[in-house]
Design a protein. Structure first.
Ligand code: 5GP
Ligand code: MN
Length: 333
């Protein structure tokens, strides 16, 4: 990777825009804000634009309130993207992961940099740092700053975003994608005085009563294991979500409960949205849910955590899922 090229691009850039994927998660928001604070430290004019707003449980991150969203301020964001001379694409491998905002970035003549850890990166960037073995884009943001020769400039402000991405995308340092370097980076951040306990608390110990009640309802009434295959599912209709807590991010993590049922090796969470049905898949071991999702539900992701979408009705989607999952299971056996 040639960091001299990217250094020169950053040096001459007058307006930099950082972007990440739709329904931004802890890695998307944490990486974006870490890079944002680093580029500010370099004295650059920079903003973070996301397709839609981050969930409430990430709003404690410093700078989160300055994030612009394409959904709510489309023309302002279009102008910023158009006038940018450098854009960063973080935590996604394909511009379509940003919905309409992807077209705005594609049209822009800005020099494009991609930093990501998803499989099959599409060829839209002028410069890319793609490593599909690392647990998070946040880990690559740390390496990016090292590559820029500025490791000593990383402070707790930049470090909070990085730590947030490391923790959320690695299941709190659990997944097999965690390596010694992940812990080394975490250790380096702790040496700077980063208060990891506060970050864990902000991320995981603040639930609205509604969210907990929705979790209870889903586990009590909606969790089931499919006959003859070790696949657990939770389906939630729009009506059910509206009755409970339909705030952004409120169903985050639900699918992991399904995966934790004893003996279960794959889990699906299917929820009805306004004009689509959104799906989350998780698996254990070598079961490639990204391939399943890509083949049947226009999706993708990682081997053990993937997502997809359907534009058919909820009933039709479930019917299709409950058919193709058996085919998939037979194929991988
Ligand atoms: P989640 O289930 O948390 O929404 O998503 C898990 C992972 O699956 C994400 O990190 C992302 O890589 C991938 N993913 C989720 N939804 C989609 C989708 O609609 N299309 C693609 N290509 N990947 C998705
Ligand atoms: Mn990620």
């Amino acid at each position: 990777m040639d960091f001299e090229i990217i250094k020169a691009q950053i040096n001459k850039a007058r307006q930099i825009v950082i972007t990440s994927h739709q329904s931004p998660d802890g890695d998307a928001v944490g990486s974006s804000l870490a890079l944002y604070h680093y580029l500010k430290y370099l004295g650059k004019e920079v903003c973070v634009i996301l397709p839609d707003a981050p969930p409430a449980f990430l709003m404690w991150l410093e700078g989160a309130n300055e994030i612009l969203t394409f959904e709510s301020e489309t023309s302002k964001c279009e102008n910023l993207i158009n006038n940018a001379d450098l854009t960063f694409s973080l935590d996604y491998n394909d511009l379509t992961r940003m919905g309409d905002m992807g077209e705005a970035v594609a049209k822009s003549s800005a020099y494009k940099v991609m930093i990501d850890h998803h499989l099959d990166p599409k060829d839209f960037a002028n410069w890319q740092m793609s490593d599909t073995n690392v647990c998070s884009t946040a880990q690559l943001i740390y390496e990016f700053i090292v590559g820029m020769g500025d490791e000593s400039q990383i402070n707790t402000l930049i470090g909070s975003g990085i730590y947030c991405g490391l923790v959320t995308d690695s299941g709190s340092f659990r997944f097999s994608s965690v390596d010694a370097r992940t812990h080394e980076i975490a250790a380096n951040l702790l040496k700077l005085g980063l208060q990891h306990n506060i970050i864990h608390e902000n991320l995981f110990d603040v639930n609205s009563l509604n969210r907990l009640q929705m979790l209870g309802y889903s586990l009590c009434n909606k969790l089931k294991v499919l006959p003859n295959i070790p696949v657990a599912v939770i389906y939630l209709t729009k009506e059910e979500l509206q009755k409970m807590d339909n705030k952004k991010g409120s169903t985050e993590g639900l699918v992991n409960y399904a995966l934790s049922v004893e003996g279960v090796q794959m889990a699906a969470f299917i929820k009805e949205d306004d004009n689509k049905v959104k799906m989350s898949f998780r698996s254990k071991g070598t079961i490639p849910v990204n391939e399943f999702s890509g083949k049947h539900f226009s999706g993708g992701g990682h081997r053990n955590a993937a997502g997809g979408v359907s534009f058919e009705s909820m009933d039709k989607t479930i019917e299709k899922f409950e058919k193709v999952i058996y085919d998939f299971w037979n194929e991988i056996l």
